[in-house]
Design a binder for this molecule. Structure first.
Ligand SMILES: Nc1ncnc2c1ncn2[C@@H]1O[C@H](COP(=O)(O)OP(=O)(O)O)[C@@H](O)[C@H]1O
Ligand SMILES: [Mg+2]
Length: 236
């Protein structure tokens, strides 16, 4: 796909800090995070357990707000009402989770349609788009199956279809291969690379440096701070 990738900032974070308060105790999970991600990038965020990866992912994905700092997502200030933030999230972000997060009682088609129905699509338009997304991940023949009738790799492909179906600005994947065997994990990683080659912006969270090396840029976080930022192995 010939997509314009020339320097459009999709994510711009300035001095992001996140403090969790539990009763009297405060804990700073992120401090002084400055981060710019351009449209079309494929970024891995890596770090040991407790480093702050999920905290950062929740903020990037508009699931949570920072306690300090500025986060501009696709030109929009995310320091807004919770309702508006939810709307921004639904429109701009596709999520892929380690445990797929599919609705067990709904079939594949219904699972993939759901984000479109939230966005106000008619059933007919939602169905058409969902079918297209399911076809794209190679599961057209399983459209009426329920998640429990699929393998882990197939379930993650459904989750990818669901993430893609709204045409999001960013695909946010949290340990997307964490629950898969190596063959199914490889298929998912190849699919993410293909999606990036088509122009999609991908941010993947992982604790595994081998998986992270599939991305074009690797950001290491430790103790809530960015420790290194490498593009194709070169420090930026
Ligand atoms: N809701 C919360 N309340 C209090 N502390 C939290 C909360 N979520 C995370 N933390 C703390 O913040 C730090 C970073 O957590 P997290 O972002 O989940 O790390 P990672 O995903 O890298 O393992 C950890 O020390 C964790 O205990
Ligand atoms: Mg985590």
């Amino acid at each position: 796909m010939t997509e314009d990738r020339s320097g459009r900032e999709i994510i711009k974070m300035n001095g992001i800090e996140k403090v969790y308060k539990t009763g009297e105790v405060s804990f700073k999970a992120l401090s002084s995070v400055d981060l710019i991600i351009q449209k079309g990038e494929y970024v891995a965020i890596i770090g040991p357990s407790g480093a702050g990866k999920s905290t950062l992912m929740n903020i990037i994905g508009c699931l949570d707000k920072p306690t300090k700092g500025e986060y501009i997502l696709d030109g929009m200030d995310t320091n807004c009402s919770d309702n508006l933030l939810a709307e921004i999230r639904n429109k701009k972000i596709g999520f892929i989770f380690q445990n797929y997060n599919l609705l067990p009682k709904s079939n594949i088609l219904e699972n993939v349609e759901l984000p479109l129905l939230y966005l106000g699509y008619t059933q007919k338009r939602a169905r058409k788009r969902a079918e297209h997304a399911i076809e794209k991940v190679g599961l057209k023949s399983h459209i009426k199956h329920r998640p429990c009738e699929l393998s882990g790799g197939q379930m993650q492909r459904v989750a990818i279809a669901r993430a893609l179906v709204t045409g999001p600005q960013i695909i946010l994947a949290d340990e997307p291969t964490g629950a898969l065997d190596s063959k199914a994990g490889e298929e998912v990683l190849e699919m993410l690379s293909d999606l990036n080659n088509e122009g999609n912006t991908i941010i993947m969270i992982t604790h595994d440096s081998k998986i992270a090396s599939r991305a074009k840029r690797m950001i290491t976080i430790m103790d809530g701070m960015i420790k290194s930022d490498l593009s194709n192995g070169v420090k930026s």
